[in-house]
Design a protein around this ligand. Structure first.
Ligand SMILES: Cc1ncc(COP(=O)(O)O)c(C=O)c1O
Length: 393
C-alpha cells in the first residue's frame, strides 16, 4: 500500500488491508467479539488496538490464542531471553511477593542492590553505575537528562528510522514517522543522520561500503561543535547490522568532539545477539548503555541505565525518581533471569543456534527468489522478502 509506506516501521500496521484479510480467514466469531470489546474501550493507536488476536496463554517460545492455536513466537516483543513464564523466574517472583512486594522511594532493598551488583559486574569497565526504571523509554529519558547535566550541552545526534520509545523525549531522538507525525514540536537540537543500513544508504554504498555514514557523524559533530550525545541502537531490530568498524569510528568521533555515546540495547541485551551486550561485537564501550525488555524475565517491566562511573555527577538533582524504580519483585525477576541465562548458557546457545539458523536461511535464500536477504547475529535474525515480479519488499 503506497499511501501507508512512509508509516512503515518494524511492526505490521493494524490499519493495513493485509491485517483485515488475515483476520477474515483465521479469526472465529468468539475471538472477534473479544477483539471488538477491546476496541470499544482502548484508545485506538497504530501497532496496538485494534488488536490482531487474543491470547490466553504463553510459555517458553509459544503463545496460545483463544481458539487454542499454539503460535511459535518469533517476535516476542523482545522480552524472551528466558522464554515466557520460566519456572525459576515465576517462583522467584512468588517468593518475593510474600517477602517484600514493594519498596517505597527513599528506601532500598536487597534484590535491587544484588541486581545492581550483578549487572555492573557483567558490564565492562567503566560502566559501573546504574539506575533502574519501570520501562525502556523512561531509562532513555534518564540517559538524555544525565547527558545534558554531565556535558552542559543539549544537542543530540541520532538516526532516522530509529526507535527509542514512545514518549516525547524518546520520539524526538527517534526517527519513525509513525511516532513523530503530528506530535511536534519535539525537543530542540535533536539532529538526525542516516542509519548504517547498507540497503537503503543515501551514499549508495550497498556492496562497497566505505563507512561514509560513520564519517558523516564526525562531520556533523565537528560542524555543530556542541553536541551532548550520540544516541543510537547498537543494531537495529529490523534487523540491520552496522559494519565492523562503524562503532569504532563513531566512538572516536564522540571522543574527539566531547559528545557522549549512548547505546540503546533495550531489545537485544543479555545475550540475544550471542554476546551479553551487543556492543561487544564491535570492540567499543559506550559511555552509557540502556537495557530493558527481557531484563524483568518477560514478566515485569524493568529497564536499566548503565553509565560510566564518573558520570555520577548529579547527586542534587532527580534523574529518574520513578515510583517503581527499585521494585523488589521486578528486581527478583531480574536476578532469576540472570541466573537462568548463566546456568542454561543462553548467551552461548544464542550464538550456536543463530549460526546454524543463519546458514539454513542462507540455503533457503539460494532456492527462493522471494528471499532477497538474510541477516543475523546470534538469535537476532531477519529475512527480507520481496515480490520477485516487482522487486519490491
Ligand atoms: C530499541 C528500543 N528502544 C526503546 C524501547 C522502548 O522500551 P519500552 O517499551 O520498555 O519503554 C524499545 C521498545 O520496543 C526498543 O525496541
Amino acid at each position: 500500500m503506497k499511501e501507508l509506506h512512509h508509516l512503515r516501521s518494524e511492526g505490521d500496521l493494524n490499519i493495513s488491508p493485509a491485517r483485515s484479510s488475515w483476520q477474515a480467514e483465521y479469526i472465529d466469531e468468539s475471538t472477534r467479539s473479544v477483539l471488538d470489546e477491546d476496541a470499544r474501550y482502548f484508545l485506538h493507536q497504530s501497532l496496538s488496538t485494534p488488536c490482531l488476536n487474543v491470547l490466553q496463554g504463553c510459555d517458553g517460545s509459544f503463545l496460545e490464542d483463544l481458539q487454542g492455536n499454539r503460535i511459535l513466537d518469533f517476535h516476542g516483543n523482545s522480552v524472551h531471553q528466558v522464554g515466557f513464564g520460566h519456572p525459576r523466574v515465576i517462583s522467584a517472583i512468588k517468593r518475593q511477593l510474600d517477602d517484600l512486594p514493594f519498596c517505597t522511594r527513599r528506601y532500598t532493598n536487597r534484590p535491587a542492590i544484588e541486581l545492581a551488583r550483578e549487572l555492573t559486574t557483567l558490564a565492562p569497565d567503566p560502566l559501573n553505575k546504574i539506575l533502574f526504571a519501570p520501562g525502556g523509554t523512561s531509562a532513555i529519558g534518564i540517559a538524555l537528562k544525565l547527558a545534558r547535566m554531565a556535558t552542559g550541552r543539549f544537542k543530540t545526534l541520532s538516526m532516522w528510522d530509529s526507535f527509542h520509545g514512545a514518549s516525547l523525549d524518546a520520539i524526538s531522538v527517534g526517527g519513525e514517522a509513525i511516532f513523530r507525525k503530528d506530535a511536534g514540536p519535539l525537543l530542540p537540537g535533536t539532529e538526525h543522520v542516516p542509519p548504517p543500513d547498507s540497503r537503503h544508504c543515501p551514499w549508495d554504498c550497498a556492496g562497497s561500503c566505505k563507512l561514509k555514514c560513520a564519517e558523516y557523524i564526525n562531520y556533523v559533530l565537528e560542524k555543530e561543535g556542541d553536541v551532548c550525545a550520540v544516541i543510537a541502537e547498537t543494531v537495529r531490530s529490523i534487523p540491520y547490522f552496522p559494519p565492523k568498524d562503524y562503532w569504532r569510528i563513531v566512538r572516536e568521533a564522540c571522543d574527539r568532539h566531547g559528545a557522549l555515546l549512548i547505546l540503546d540495547e533495550i531489545p537485544h541485551c543479555l545475550g540475544r545477539t550471542g554476546r551479553m551486550f551487543t556492543f561487544e561485537h564491535y570492540d567499543v564501550v559506550p559511555d552509557m548503555v540502556v537495557i530493558g525488555k527481557g531484563l524483568g524475565g518477560g514478566v515485569f517491566p524493568l529497564a536499566a541505565l548503565l553509565a560510566r562511573e564518573d558520570l555520577d555527577c548529579a547527586p542534587d538533582r532527580a534523574l529518574g525518581h520513578y515510583t517503581h524504580e527499585k521494585n523488589p519483585v521486578a528486581c527478583a525477576a531480574g536476578l532469576a533471569t540472570l541466573e537462568v541465562i548463566r546456568d542454561e548458557r543462553l548467551v552461548e546457545r544464542s550464538h550456536e543456534l543463530g549460526t546454524r539458523a543463519l546458514s539454513m536461511l542462507d540455503e533457503i535464500k539460494s532456492r527462493h527468489p522471494s528471499v532477497s536477504d538474510v541477516r543475523g547475529k546470534g538469535l537476532l535474525l531477519g529475512v527480507e522478502l520481496i515480490d520477485p515480479a516487482t522487486e519490491s519488499s
